[in-house]
Design a protein around this ligand. Structure first.
Ligand SMILES: Nc1ncnc2c1ncn2[C@@H]1O[C@H](COP(=O)(O)OP(=O)(O)O)[C@@H](O)[C@H]1O
Ligand SMILES: CC(=O)N[C@@H](CCC(=O)OP(=O)(O)O)C(=O)O
Length: 299
């Protein structure tokens, strides 16, 4: 059916509004973290894949880092293994690590790669072991809670943090027009596997590549205050206060931390946006309104 005149004008206006953003972002690297909670259904996953293909086609360099927390939880449940989290990080025994590696490096990674390729893009999937992309070391977690007299250091098993990134692997792929799709599994000096929170990986990748933007797609409209209002333009101090009073908890803790670290390290901006909204990455990049929480290094 042909578009009505109003609808056609509206489409033309939206396309035209994108021009200054296109001019700004072409040639730049954008790291997109696709959270497991935003992989709700095939339509949504497909629209995400199309967005990545489109970015690449217009000369922007997307790098995808994906999560898969709920998908890991589903398989652990089937295997009767309990999921436990400390400060938003999964306690990872040796047995759990095998499941994490299977789900992230196998199912989830290949699903995203396949969708991008089906939509006309060229995607290559990697875990941190491929080309030794993500070197990791054990993460020590400190737990603070009102019941504890002093912060407690907790051993949460095979959970890692990124110690080094082999950017050569990413440069090689992006220079050949591939879209790298990274599963957050790190490799230790001794070859052991580490489960790394995907937000942390995305933040570090954005830092080392000096990305223009870090976009974190999740299952909520943005960082919220106690009344559920989306917060934006926050300072480090305000974020610290929100953590201290419990407004920011669970999976939002690593997310906000890596967003702050990334902008402090030179990434121009970090965005926490609702991945349940189709094409939210395009809306954030190419419209005046934007969506979700924006964090920049401006004071
Ligand atoms: N202040 C806050 N604002 C928004 N979400 C918050 C906040 N504090 C905690 N959360 C929780 O963090 C979740 C997002 O983190 P997480 O579940 O780990 O997402 P993802 O799988 O996308 O990384 C939200 O769904 C919400 O339950
Ligand atoms: C250490 C740790 O918590 N690792 C995460 C890795 C996956 C992830 O980060 O997935 P989302 O982004 O979908 O939450 C986990 O095991 O769930």
């Amino acid at each position: 059916m042909p578009l009505s005149r109003d609808s056609a004008m509206n489409t033309a206006k939206v396309l035209s509004e994108a021009l200054p953003y296109l001019q700004r972002f072409v040639g730049k690297t954008i790291v997109v973290k696709y959270g497991g909670n935003a992989m709700i259904d095939e339509d949504l996953k497909n629209s995400f894949a199309r967005d990545m293909v489109m970015l690449k086609l217009i000369g922007i360099n997307p790098i995808v880092v994906h999560g898969g927390g709920p998908q890991i939880g589903d398989l652990l449940k089937k295997l009767n293994i309990e999921s436990t989290f400390v400060n938003g990080m999964r306690v990872t025994t040796g047995e759990t690590m095998d499941v994490v590696e299977m789900v992230l490096g196998g199912l989830v990674n290949k699903d995203i790669v396949n969708l991008i390729n089906q939509n006309g893009g060229k995607a290559i999937g990697l875990t941190g072991k491929d080309g030794q992309l993500l070197h990791a070391k054990k993460l020590h977690v400190t737990k603070n809670s009102p019941e504890l007299e002093k912060p407690e250091i907790i051993d949460i098993g095979h959970v890692g943090e990124v110690s080094r990134i082999n950017t050569q692997v990413l440069d090689m792929l992006t220079n050949s027009d591939f879209i790298p799709v990274i599963a957050p599994i790190g490799v230790g000096d001794d070859g052991s596997s580490y489960n790394i929170n995907a937000d942390l990986v995305a933040g570090k990748v954005a830092e080392v590549l000096r990305a223009e933007k870090l976009i974190l797609l999740t299952n909520i409209a943005g960082l919220m205050d106690k009344e559920g209002k989306v917060l934006t333009g926050l300072s480090t101090k305000q974020v610290d206060d929100l953590i201290a009073d419990g407004t920011i908890y669970g999976g939002m803790l690593p997310k906000i931390q890596c967003a702050l670290d990334a902008v402090h390290a030179g990434v121009t901006s970090a965005h926490i946006i609702d991945g349940r909204v189709a094409h939210s990455t395009l809306l954030e990049l190419f419209t005046d309104e934007g969506v979700g929480t924006l964090i920049t290094n401006r004071r």
